[in-house]
Design a protein around this ligand. Sequence first.
Ligand SMILES: [Zn+2]
Length: 101
Amino acid sequence: MGFLAQLKSLFTSPSGESNVLMLYVKCKHCGAPLAVRVNLANDLSADYDHGGFVLTKEMMDSRCFTLMRAEIRFDAARQVVERKIDKGEFITREEYVAMSQ
Ligand SMILES: [Zn+2]
């Protein structure tokens, strides 16, 4: 079993849901809220320069079609350590729910 396969098996749960990170963002231009699913087992890339993992995610809101680009860094345990987003803003799940109503 390769290193990556071992990592994957470590983070695979029967339900598969523990691998999922939800990102909530809003468009800086029109304020449209967006929820994006990240699969922690498959979507992250190893960060050889800093250790841990990195994820680059592009997403488009459905109101003004602004393309937002999020860059998120994870430690070796796949906990978020740093995140930034271009043309958007991170919001909480609660804010997302409130804005989606
Ligand atoms: Zn927008």
